[in-house]
Design a protein around this ligand. Structure first.
Ligand SMILES: Cc1cc2nc3c(=O)[nH]c(=O)nc-3n(C[C@H](O)[C@H](O)[C@H](O)COP(=O)(O)OP(=O)(O)OC[C@H]3O[C@@H](n4cnc5c(N)ncnc54)[C@H](O)[C@@H]3O)c2cc1C
Length: 471
């Protein structure tokens, strides 16, 4: 590594060289030709310049990188799939502990468990588990990393039948702030295990995640139906009633969007407002057909793409709309319900959206998510019937500020319908009060106690941070 790298920090050549020598993986600095590619994360809105990127090959590298960061007092960013919306998986001037080379997975079809390393994305995870007809709740976009997703909760197409991703976590290995490797499960470090399921990356770096996996597909009834945007109010009112009786196997959301120029949509609809309802039925195909019939019979859809398809195809169906590099901002909250006023607000903002790639999502929750007792995991709110996620997006910085302002304004306008809580994986960098509100007072107090025990100096602070009580 040349001196160019060290001009960004007070680190000496010697200590950087020593770190490089003791890693099995690679150490990348600003003078490395791979630096720009290595520092990029999914959200193009965050253009940060870390001093070092430690691409870890295994647990020993992670432990070494944590020790190094502590001894040199470096800011630590932890990166798995790199899909943090607020950009927590990169930093200016510190060290990125990059787990993306750690992509091993072992599926045990006998015990229906899968032990996976934190660099895996959902597309890779699904590929391996589906070879045995198994799956667990994964991301709606298959390039999302399994680790950040699971530690924050993890909502996806299987959640109403099989729970959140974190509900299916059986155990995890964690490198703590003091460089120890601990195992967390219901029987060992049980409080840490509780906090890992919803508390995000606050307590250490998960180097192995063991999941319970379930028989799914390989062919499922899934897809999306598109209706004209001018029918948004009618469709949302229908959705409010229809979801009340929806079976647990069925997970759906409503997206108020702009029709992309996709070959599966009639050309005259490209660029026009649409209501999209993607759906997946995690059960027998015929039962699924019955479960989605009313949704498909509202009449005159722009397109109806629901049908039998491989589970992995549904998992990647939305990928083309969520390519890396665009500028993205999420503003989210739990909806108490979908009253007429809330629907009117959503429809009004859909009409004046500032960018064609910006969307408003209403996720139907409940089912298995709501059946888990509130104190069984650190996940914030399991009782809200719907989750609102306003996803402001522009291809470049052009128009981004306007899109963010629009999202914040919509969030303000609909706040009477929100619980005040939040899902941490959809939060932007919104400050400590919002993180507290996301968890609620009791869970938050328990998380602070756990933080005191495992990370009393807040080494892991680039996350939806739970500061230790001494800070
Ligand atoms: C396109 C897109 C689609 C999404 N879809 C969904 C969805 O369907 N459902 C849903 O619930 N969420 C979704 N999310 C949100 C997603 O769950 C979070 O952004 C999550 O943090 C991503 O995990 P990652 O490993 O890819 O992220 P990274 O950016 O790599 O990590 C994010 C943070 O997670 C923590 N972290 C990551 N790995 C570890 C680890 N091994 N140990 C400890 N901490 C770690 C760190 O604090 C890190 O800063 C989506 C995000 C995007 C960008």
């Amino acid at each position: 590594m040349t001196t160019e790298a060290v001009t960004h920090t007070t680190l000496g050549d010697g200590s950087i060289a020593e770190l490089a020598e003791t890693l099995r993986g690679e150490l990348i600095g600003p003078d490395d030709p791979r630096y720009d590619e290595a520092r990029a994360i999914w959200n193009g809105a965050h253009d940060r310049r870390p001093t070092l990127i430690a691409r870890c090959a295994g647990v020993a590298d992670v432990t070494r990188a944590v020790e190094f960061a502590r001894s040199e007092d470096l800011v630590v960013a932890v990166r798995g799939g790199g899909h943090s919306i607020p950009g927590f998986s990169t930093c200016d001037g510190g060290i990125v502990i990059d787990l993306s080379p750690m992509r091993g997975i072992r599926v045990d079809p006998e015990t229906r468990t899968a032990r996976a390393q934190p660099g895996l994305t959902w597309s890779e995870f699904d590929h391996e588990t589906q070879a045995f007809g198994l799956a667990v709740t994964g991301g709606l976009v298959s390039s999302t990393g399994i680790a950040g997703f699971t530690l924050g909760g993890g909502i996806g197409w299987l959640m109403r039948e099989h729970g959140l991703a974190c509900d299916n976590l059986v155990s995890a290995d964690v490198v703590t702030a003091d460089g120890r490797l601990v195992h967390a499960s219901a029987d060992e470090n049980a409080e840490l295990f509780w906090g890992l399921r919803g508390g995000g990356g606050n307590f250490g770096i998960a180097t192995s995640l063991e999941y319970r996996v379930h028989p799914v597909g390989p062919t499922v009834l899934a897809g999306a139906v598109f209706y004209p945007g001018e029918r948004a109010a009618e469709i949302l009112r229908f959705y409010r009633e229809w979801t009340e009786a929806a079976p647990d196997e069925l997970t759906t959301l409503v997206s108020l969007a702009t029709a992309p120029p996709a070959p599966f949509l009639p050309e005259e609809w490209h660029g026009r407002p649409v209501v999209v309802i993607p759906a997946l039925y995690a059960g027998p195909l015929q039962d699924g057909e019955r479960a989605v019939r009313a949704l498909r019979e509202l009449g005159d859809p722009v397109a109806d793409l629901i049908g039998p398809m491989p589970y992995t195809a549904m998992q990647s169906l939305l990928d083309p709309l969520w390519a890396p590099g665009a500028h993205n901002y999420f503003k989210a909250g739990w909806l108490r319900g979908l009253d007429d006023e809330a629907i009117e607000t959503l429809v009004r903002y859909h009409r004046n959206v500032t960018s064609p790639t910006t969307e408003i999502h209403v996720h139907h929750m409940g089912g298995a998510v709501a059946r888990v007792p509130a104190d069984a995991t650190a996940f914030g709110d399991r009782r809200a019937p719907f989750l609102l996620n306003i996803t402001a997006s522009t291809p470049t910085a052009d128009g981004y500020g306007e899109a963010v302002a629009w999202a914040q304004e919509l969030h303000g306008a609909i706040s009477p319908a929100l619980t005040g809580g939040a899902y941490v994986n959809f939060l932007s960098a919104e400050g400590p009060e919002r993180v507290q509100a996301a968890y609620g007072a009791d869970t938050y107090a328990r998380l602070v106690a756990l933080k005191d025990a495992f990370d009393p100096t807040n080494v892991f602070q680039l996350n939806q941070n739970i500061p230790p009580s001494r800070s």
